[in-house]
Design a protein around this ligand. Structure first.
Ligand SMILES: Nc1nc2c(ncn2[C@@H]2O[C@H](COP(=O)(O)OP(=O)(O)O)[C@@H](O)[C@H]2O)c(=O)[nH]1
Ligand SMILES: Nc1ncnc2c1ncn2[C@@H]1O[C@H](COP(=O)(O)OP(=O)(O)O)[C@@H](O)[C@H]1O
Length: 376
């Protein structure tokens, strides 16, 4: 841990001059990182209750307003700031709840350095101190079209510096917007088979007629960036990872019904009719395995997207009420309020249903009718 040049300043008077010719609204901390001073809170707050950032560059004598990535803390009633590893500032927010009081502002991490190149500006990135089993990789599985990619994108967008996506290899052709090296490493079957033979893959599987796999390099790339790894892999892949490799949080995403799944797949418009039918046929077996194989720690129903995302965040310690910095343990993460426990393997079933269902029985009946889920 580096020195801690920052201090509590929440007792500063309004109108206090920062010494750099800026008017202060109070509540700032000043943290030196190299030849820059990061002023957090105060004069650059967009509103009285949000946390603004400005940078004083001592080498040029100029103030810079950086590009701010990630979701920032909502409250600004005073905070303390401590520099960690010379590349990120830990912010402790006064007067906020336990799950919302620790934040990190990355100022010179590898991620921020990359983003500076892309944006051509100063960049800082917020991330929230997480609760629970924060270091564990996250394995997300579910049938095609259920919303895995959508949920992962939401997570990566909101917490860009916290999560890193494990970019799989696949022999399937790229879809319109997909970029090689970002969404997948698109590859020839013989090349991939050869790499598998040479032990370059952590796991691989044949899914919907194509080969998919997680290379060891893909996982290492995320680990090297210091982020929490997210894997979007099928049930067979999840089984291999569970059996052979890492201690991860395994989450299975279920559709509210097969009909809704079909509608989503069709509306996405990325597959041919033949591929849609194949994916739907495979979905039934995948859902069955997802729920009954014992691989998954959590089953999350993606009916209403926002609610499902909230529940996902909660599972990942980004919105729960467990204490910050809690050591990882084999205990399951505290369930969100709207959960039930499946009879199969005692797994948790988190229902993202938002329609006014009136009572639990109707809720569960809905799941049984459409997806065959058996819940307590
Ligand atoms: N085992 C395994 N499955 C993967 C991997 N990458 C993607 N998948 C799975 O392959 C399936 C098809 O993925 P994709 O072609 O992108 O279609 P989508 O699920 O409809 O978006 C999904 O179930 C993915 O979770 C991987 O590296 N390993
Ligand atoms: N809860 C939801 N309600 C309605 N549409 C959704 C929901 N979640 C995802 N979608 C849409 O369904 C389609 C499939 O989602 P996608 O994330 O591509 O699925 P997957 O990655 O699991 O194959 C996308 O067009 C997406 O916008």
């Amino acid at each position: 841990m580096g020195e801690a040049p920052a201090f509590f300043v929440d007792n500063l008077q309004n109108g206090f001059s920062t010494g750099f010719g800026l008017k202060s609204k109070g509540f700032e901390t000043f943290t030196d990182v190299g030849d820059k001073t990061f002023v957090i809170g105060g004069a650059n707050c967009d509103s009285a209750s949000s946390v603004g950032i400005q940078i004083y560059d001592k080498s040029t004598g100029k103030w810079v307003i950086p590009t701010v990535l990630g979701t920032k803390p909502k409250t600004c009633k005073g905070h303390s700031a401590i520099l960690l590893n010379e590349d990120r500032i830990m912010i402790s927010i006064r007067g906020s709840t336990l799950d919302d009081c620790i934040w990190f502002l990355e100022v010179d991490t590898e991620y921020v350095k990359e983003q500076k190149k892309d944006f051509g500006t100063e960049v800082v990135a917020w991330s929230k101190g997480v609760t629970g089993e924060a270091e564990k990789p996250v394995v997300i599985s579910g049938p095609s079209g259920v919303g895995k990619g959508t949920l992962i994108n939401m997570l990566m967008k909101e917490f860009p510096s916290m999560f890193g996506f494990s970019v799989s290899h696949t022999t399937r052709a790229p879809r319109g917007m997909e970029k090689n090296g970002v969404h997948y490493h698109f590859t020839e079957r013989n090349v991939m088979e050869n790499d598998i033979k040479h032990g370059k893959f952590l796991e691989f599987a044949s899914v919907h007629g194509n080969l998919y796999g997680t290379s060891i390099e893909a996982i290492e790339a995320v680990a090297d960036s210091g982020k929490r790894c997210i894997l979007d892999i099928d049930v067979q892949g999840a089984r291999s990872v569970r059996a052979n490799y890492l201690d991860a949080v395994f989450i299975f995403i279920c559709p509210p019904s097969m009909r809704e799944l079909e509608e989503r797949l069709r509306a996405r418009g990325t597959e041919t009719e033949e591929q849609i039918l194949k994916r739907l046929r495979n979905a039934e077996a995948e859902i069955e395995q997802g729920k009954s194989s014992g691989i998954f720690d959590y089953i999350l129903y993606n009916d209403n997207l926002e609610e499902c995302y909230e529940n996902l965040m909660e599972l990942l310690g980004l919105g729960g009420s467990a204490p910050i910095n809690q050591k990882p343990s084999s205990k399951v993460i505290d369930p969100p309020s709207n959960h039930s426990v499946s009879k199969i393997d005692n797994k948790m079933v988190i229902n993202c249903e938002t329609k006014e269902v009136g009572n639990e029985a109707k809720n569960f009946g809905f799941m049984q009718d459409h997806t065959g889920c058996v819940v307590a």
